[in-house]
Design a protein around this ligand. Structure first.
Ligand SMILES: Nc1nc2c(ncn2[C@@H]2O[C@H](COP(=O)(O)OP(=O)(O)OP(=O)(O)O)[C@@H](O)[C@H]2O)c(=O)[nH]1
Ligand SMILES: [Mg+2]
Length: 374
């Protein structure tokens, strides 16, 4: 091998050796870049722990602020909607508030409660109990008597108001709406339907009022307005069979809740009450299960609603009351008579004709809206 070739090879070797560290560095840098694990996007990047804690606690306070606002607006909504009942008692409340405890105060409270349509029987019981408490505690000012009255009225409203929307596996929950003519059964179904379809449930309306002309059309409109399905029969058909068909259709279509309308009927018509009892029995057959029987009472009928409730409760085992038209009524006190004398919980309250004018009955809000301070 000649010398010049050896020299070239030697120089190239030296050159390659000199390049080695550089090649290694750039290779590892490349490896490092490729091998770098992508860390999950950190949305809190740039925030220290104290910042985060501040954010979390401001979230909490925002939440409770929203809740406070919601309950404040709940009281406000109820108060404005039941202004008729409130107007009727507000002067008397003022009078009692400025009073001291003497014989007259008890008469004033009796009048107040009877005016609010609490009913004579319930009023007498409440006043007797209130008097005992006030005397035991040595209360001397009207304001404090009213506070006691409010807490006693609240203790009268202790029923279980939970609404059952879930039936055992394989069964379809059915709610029956019953009541005398024109109280707001069909409208309440529309409102309840709106509420649950808003929550994402699949709802089916059953047109069990086959008696009144155009009743099914009215329900059909509510079904369309509230994105619910509808099962109807022909006019004059047996209401039990329409509701049973609805229950089977609901089961086949995997519906979450069936709301069944029934024809308005007088509570003292024995044959019509028997028909309703049959509707309930049939609706309870597989695949359906009756989870609620809601008696709809028009608040403007006042104490008359009580005798209706008694008859319906006997015939169909009512599970709760929907008190409608409280917005146009000065007789909200009927709630106390219904719960105390019949032991039926008022579960829902109608405050207008719109599809969202139905609220859960909240005793605290109600007592505060009716008897609270201005
Ligand atoms: N202001 C007010 N009106 C209501 C309320 N609920 C129902 N109504 C009205 O009461 C009227 C009768 O309502 P319906 O739902 O048809 O009553 P119903 O019990 O189904 O009547 P029948 O099927 O004939 O027995 C309608 O004009 C409703 O808009 C309510 O909470 N407030
Ligand atoms: Mg109707």
């Amino acid at each position: 091998m000649n010398t010049p070739l050896l020299i070239v090879i030697f120089v190239l070797l030296m050159f390659a050796l000199a390049l080695l560290p550089w090649a290694h560095r750039s290779w590892s840098e490349r490896e490092g870049r490729v091998g770098l694990k992508q860390s999950p996007p950190n949305h809190d990047e740039g925030l220290s722990r104290p910042d985060l804690e501040k954010l979390e606690s401001s979230d909490d306070s925002l939440h409770s602020e929203v809740q406070d606002q919601q309950s404040a607006s709940g009281t406000e909504l109820l108060r404005t909607r039941i202004s008729k009942a409130r107007d009727l008692v507000s002067n008397r409340l003022k009078d009692i508030r400025g009073d001291s405890v003497d014989l007259q105060i008890w008469e004033k409270i009796e009048e107040l409660l009877i005016l609010a349509d609490v009913g004579v029987h319930t009023t007498m019981e409440i006043v007797t109990r209130l008097r005992t408490t006030v005397e035991e505690q040595g209360v001397s000012e009207g304001t404090m008597v009213l506070d006691q009255l409010k807490s006693q009225m609240l203790s009268e409203l202790s029923g279980n108001r939970a609404l059952r929307t879930v039936a055992p596996k394989g069964r379809v929950p059915i709610w029956l709406f019953v009541g005398v003519n024109g109280v707001g059964k069909t409208t309440s179904i529309g409102k309840v339907s709106r509420r649950y379809t808003d929550e994402g449930l699949k709802v089916l309306l059953a047109a069990g009022d086959t008696f009144r002309a155009a009743a099914a059309e009215q329900l059909e409109q509510w079904a369309a307005a509230s994105d619910a399905e509808l099962v109807r029969g022909s006019e004059g058909a047996d209401p039990s069979s329409v509701i049973y068909d609805a229950s089977e259709a609901a089961s086949a279509r995997e519906v979450d809740l069936v709301l069944a309308d029934t024809a308005g009927r007088l509570h003292n018509k024995v044959n019509l009450m028997e028909e309703l009892a049959k509707v309930r029995r049939v609706a309870d057959r597989e695949p359906g299960e009756v989870c609620e029987v809601l008696l709809v009472i028009d608040a403007t009928t006042g104490q008359n609603g009580l005798s209706q409730a008694r008859e319906f409760a006997d015939a169909v085992n009512v599970t709760g009351v929907v008190l409608t038209k409280l917005d146009g009524s000065a007789k909200g006190g009927i709630v106390f008579a219904i719960e105390k004398e019949l032991g039926l919980p008022v579960k829902l309250v109608g405050l207008g004709e719109g599809d969202r004018d139905l609220v859960d009955f909240d005793p605290d809000l109600f007592v505060e809206a009716l008897f609270g301070n201005e």
